[in-house]
Write a protein that binds this ligand. Structure first.
Ligand code: PEP
Ligand code: MN
Length: 343
């Protein structure tokens, strides 16, 4: 249950409500700036009868409350002058890992020419083997930031561990929580205390409810800027790195107000299947895509099998731009800069 207090409520009025809940031994959680009280496992509106300070009460049956669509229909996330939401289609692309200056600057230049506004790239990489390339660390963040600045792109990069927050925060516009960290509740909790947007990837074996509860950790900390990212779940079939759950787009949109984008690169694991999955994602109503590209995929230090080269990415962009205006999702303004179509 979410109790929304009036924005102009006084400290005394709020205190009265808190005391009321305390007297009834009802556990609650306050989101200060948004004037929200989250009361889990309690759905009795009558307690707040005649309480003037209460603006609205939402009875929410699901375990996730703030992530639920019951109390809020959409979330528009601002990243500078850009917006990630159901009103827009955002394209994010870049290498799996930032490898060197030439690679990241070439990529940034190409993205800027292609009209893409977000560059992705990992500086701290979660690798299955400790002997694999694990990223350039802070040096990688600096290169990514420098390249993004030169070509006026926004940076998406992974926060692998809380100890890296100060560095990542400084250089990122959007902080990515990787699939392996979706259940790192302490990290999620701390990311709730910042205001920059969080790209929360679905755990590779997480149910949608678990994913939305992971989002709830961030939201309940006070950070309302959460973007969900479906990146495929584990299956029994070795022919595919993961199974991209396209159906999760519609499901999440039924359950939550949070924007959701798709990662077809990790979702398929194979470059030749990325275009098909991307088009399916757009058609399913995804609010954007995050795609791995590389100037020379054969030389990529991580995830080379799934990286698109620049020609393949241009071809994908053409197809995406072709279908976006025809999709039945209202006015989805493309945040791809190329003036391929106008509304
Ligand atoms: C990545 O984006 O390069 C990455 C490691 O993603 P995931 O957490 O989805 O595996
Ligand atoms: Mn990768």
């Amino acid at each position: 249950m979410i109790v929304k207090l009036k924005n102009n409520s006084s400290a005394d009025e709020r205190k009265e409500i808190f005391n009321l809940l305390k007297t009834h031994s009802i556990a609650f959680h306050v989101i200060e700036n948004d004037h929200l009280i989250v009361v889990s496992k309690f759905n009795d509106k009558t307690l707040f009868k005649n309480k003037n300070v209460v603006e609205a009460i939402f009875e929410i049956e699901t375990p996730f409350q703030l992530a639920s669509k019951v109390w809020k229909t959409t979330t528009e996330i601002k990243v500078g002058n850009l917006e990630i939401s159901a009103n827009t289609f955002s394209m994010m692309a870049g290498p799996c890992s930032v490898e060197n200056e030439e690679q990241i600057f070439k990529t940034a230049e190409f993205l800027s020419k292609s009209g893409v506004q977000f560059i992705r790239g990992g500086a701290f990489k979660p690798r299955t083997s400790p002997y694999s390339f694990r990223g350039l660390g802070v040096e990688g963040l600096k290169l990514l930031h420098k390249a993004a600045k030169q070509y006026q792109l926004k940076v998406v990069t992974e926060i692998l561990d809380l100890s890296l927050l100060d560095d990542v925060y400084q250089y990122a516009d959007i902080l990515q929580v990787g699939s392996r960290n979706m259940h790192n509740f302490y990290l999620l909790n701390e990311l709730g205390k910042i205001e920059k947007p969080i790209l929360l990837k679905r755990g590779m074996n997480a149910k949608v409810y678990e994913w939305l509860l992971a989002a709830e950790y961030i939201l309940s900390g006070g950070n309302q800027n959460v973007i969900l990212c479906e990146r495929g779940i584990r299956s029994f079939d070795p022919q595919s790195r993961n199974v991209l759950d396209i159906g999760a787009v519609a499901l999440v949109k039924e359950l939550s107000h949070l924007p959701i984008i798709i990662d077809p690169s990790h979702g398929t694991g194979v470059a030749s299947r990325v275009k098909s999955a991307s088009l399916a994602a757009a058609a399913a109503g995804s609010d954007g895509l995050i795609i791995e590209i590389h100037p020379d995929p054969s030389k990529a230090l991580s995830d080379k099998e799934q990286a698109l080269n620049f020609d393949e990415f241009s071809d994908l962009m053409k197809s995406i731009n072709l279908i976006l205006p025809h999709l039945p999702y209202g006015k989805k303004i493309s945040q791809i800069n190329t003036p391929v179509f106008n509304y």
